[in-house]
Ligand binder design. Structure first.
Ligand code: FMN
Length: 225
């Protein structure tokens, strides 16, 4: 019997006040539930100066605890992963500049086509229900499509009815944190489903064996283009 490859999923996030980090733990749990999947959670480097945190002791405490819990991601982490779950807070109706800075740093590998056909799924946290979270996710897809990556969302039939329906979006998992909320069961469930979807697709795209029809079709059609 052929041995099944162990795939690597990277959960990569930026979080200023901790909410996107909460979502990162959930999408990671979903990805980890997929067979033959290794998951690592890493954070996007901070670019705000220390003086910013000097004026915001609560944010400084959150930064320090996130830095203690999660290693900083590098470009190599991004290149080597078979699939990526990428999270950001909504900042002024879009994704955080720290995330854009990290993506701009991928330019050398973009130019070599190293990210082409890598699957990616997005999650975000915003303060308000109408604060731009969907725009955040869709605008984040634009550079990722430029890199040749394959975005994975959460179609409505999968979100189903009831509170789950309000938790996600077709564009990715969303948690609205206003009024001191923490992710509820529906938020967590949708985030975990996103992790499962991303890791499941990544396992097909990265399989690379010579035995299963699916990955051979992929290699022959997409992989060689
Ligand atoms: C600079 C800045 C800009 C923000 N802009 C928005 C916004 O446009 N819409 C919104 O709903 N929330 C906005 N927020 C609130 C955050 O999106 C929200 O608190 C989110 O849960 C933070 O995630 P984090 O804890 O991972 O940093 C903003 C927060 C900051 C610090």
């Amino acid at each position: 019997m052929p041995t099944t490859k162990q795939q690597k999923i990277l959960v990569l996030f930026y979080s200023l006040s901790g909410h996107t980090a909460d979502m990162a733990r959930e999408v990671a749990a979903g990805a980890l539930s997929v067979a033959n999947t290794e998951v690592v959670i890493k954070r996007i480097p901070e670019i705000l100066p220390d003086s910013f945190f000097g004026d915001n002791p609560n944010l400084a405490r959150t930064r320090d605890s996130l830095h203690a819990e999660f290693a900083e991601a590098t470009r190599d982490d991004f290149v080597e992963a078979d699939g990526i779950l990428l999270g950001t807070p909504t900042h002024f109706g879009s994704f955080a500049s720290q995330v854009k800075h990290f993506i701009d740093g991928l330019t050398p590998v973009w130019l070599k086509g190293k990210l082409v056909n890598k699957p990616i799924a997005l999650f975000c946290s915003a303060g308000s229900m109408h604060g731009g979270e969907e725009v955040t996710l869709v605008s984040l897809m634009i550079p990722l499509l430029n890199l040749g990556m394959i975005p994975v969302g959460i179609p409505y039939p999968i979100q189903s009815e009831g509170p789950d329906f309000d938790a996600g979006s077709p564009y990715g998992a969303i948690f609205v944190s206003g009024h001191g909320k923490k992710p509820n069961e529906a938020d967590k469930k949708i985030a975990r489903i996103l992790g499962v979807r991303l890791a499941s697709l990544a396992s097909v795209l990265s399989c690379g064996c010579e035995h299963c029809g699916s990955c051979r079709i992929f290699a022959e059609n997409l992989g060689n283009l």
